[in-house]
Write a protein that binds this ligand. Structure first.
Ligand SMILES: [Zn+2]
Length: 443
């Protein structure tokens, strides 16, 4: 089967392409980027992408899919549906399920469920330690054979520098990146929001920025010691990005990601006592948000990742102190990222680099994050001017925990192609003049 995406604007930072071109897909692979003057190949289905951006498929390094164990919050299939609706062609699943993905049987289960769903590609992340309990190293080699792309005890902090050192040395032997949720528990324990002016006003226990910074500095030092590939999850503080900036200047193999809520909101939002403003790491104060934007703009931050964390309404309906941390993010992330483009904080090219080129490189996902010839035909089609309202009742995710319901957005992923197959088309979308072609291709 041939698919011809015509008249779009192809932006592929991996090949430094940013030009009006046509894209040809054959048998699930990229067959070429063609000049507009070249004729439509015989037998190809044509998708008209006039006025649209054709980008390599977006890769989310950080999602929680809740299966196995908490399927009432999300399943691999519903999470994958939410992913493609948000423009993500690949998602990386954190191991903190029940049971934890700390062995090849769980890894294989995740991959099989994703294959059944036939929506987004799902790459499992294995646990760093058995049951993510921070005591004994998990069987990273066996999990790698089964298909994991990284290791992490995300959701929990690795309790000591000694344990993290051993984990990094072990992971390095299997060439697996180590992803860390930086949080020194001896500083953050019992905290439910950022420690600062607003935690004082609201009378809620705070988590100081230093809790993240201490572990970020530790991890950067250990990257130097072990030469392991280290990736800091959801950085939210000035100190953490400063640590990464210095590590990069020193040539260390350190990377980091940012989640959309951390640049969009501040801790001031917690005054609503809406538990959808409760996440870990917490929403921070203005100076931290400012530092995140600078780090996105100057390249210190490599990737945008959602930290999609579905929870049931009954759980999020508890008192602020009792409610679980986290929000869903797959279907709002790209709209929030476009806010930065429209404000001039980052360019469109940089958005694509942070959502596709860089995440694919950090987890070494072969033939992804680019539209190079023979790469997997994963494509995200964007309309920077599409105006829409994020309506959580229409989300594909099983959960509804978001502070962004009703937010007006400008810019969206309007079509998502995975392995050469159109798996999502934005329902509000009216500017695809030949939408029937897209629908035909989806069948
Ligand atoms: Zn985390």
């Amino acid at each position: 089967m041939k698919l011809f995406i015509a008249n779009g604007y192809v932006v592929d930072p991996a090949q430094q392409i940013n030009a009006g071109k046509n894209l040809l897909i054959e048998e699930g692979r990229i067959a070429g980027i063609l000049d507009r003057s070249e004729p439509v190949p015989e037998g190809a289905q044509v998708l008209d992408a006039t006025g649209l951006i054709v980008a390599p498929g977006f890769v989310d390094l950080h999602v929680h899919l809740r299966e196995p164990g908490q399927e009432y919050k999300e399943t691999i299939a519903t999470g994958a549906a939410a992913a493609v609706a948000g423009g993500w062609t690949s998602i990386c699943a954190m191991p903190n399920t029940d049971p934890v993905n700390d062995n090849p049987a769980v890894t294989r289960f995740v991959i099989e469920q994703a294959e059944k769903a036939q929506l987004a590609n799902v790459f499992p992340i294995g646990a760093l330690t058995k049951a993510s309990a921070g005591k004994e190293l998990a069987e990273m080699g066996e999990m790698k054979m089964a298909g994991i792309v990284a290791v992490s005890d995300d959701g929990r902090a690795v309790p000591s520098a000694g344990m993290m050192r051993r984990a990094m040395e072990y992971a390095r032997g299997f060439d697996l990146p180590v992803v860390d949720h930086c949080q020194d528990v001896s500083l953050s324990k019992g905290g439910v929001m950022h420690e600062g002016r607003w935690s004082l006003i609201l009378g809620l226990r705070g988590m100081p920025a230093a809790a993240e910074e201490v572990d970020a500095l530790r991890d950067c030092s250990l990257a130097r010691l072990t030469d392991a590939r280290v990736h800091l999850a959801h950085v939210s503080t000035l100190g953490a990005v400063e640590a990464v900036r210095r590590a990069k200047q020193a040539g260390l193999p350190v990377s980091c990601e940012v989640a959309p809520h951390h640049w969009t909101l501040t801790d001031e939002a917690v005054q609503s006592y809406d538990t959808n403003t409760k996440m870990s790491p917490p929403l921070r104060s203005k100076e931290h948000v400012q530092a995140l934007m600078e780090a996105m703009s100057d390249g210190t931050i490599d990737a945008i990742a959602t930290d999609h964390a579905p929870h049931h309404a009954d759980e999020k309906g508890l008192e602020f102190d009792e409610a679980p941390f986290g929000i869903i993010g797959l279907e709002s992330a790209i709209g929030l990222a476009f806010e930065l483009v429209h404000k001039g904080v980052i360019s469109l090219e940089r958005l694509i680099e942070m959502c596709s080129t860089n995440p694919a490189r950090i987890f070494a996902l072969k033939d992804r994050g680019t539209l190079a010839r023979d790469a997997h035909a994963d494509v995200t089609i964007l309309d920077p001017e599409c105006e829409w309202v994020f309506d959580v009742s229409r989300c594909k995710s099983k959960s509804r925990n978001t502070p962004f319901d009703g937010r007006r957005m400008t810019g969206a992923a309007v079509a998502t192609i995975v392995g050469g197959r159109l798996v999502y088309l934005h329902p509000d979308y009216t500017r695809i003049t030949q939408a029937k072609h897209f629908e035909a291709a989806a069948k």
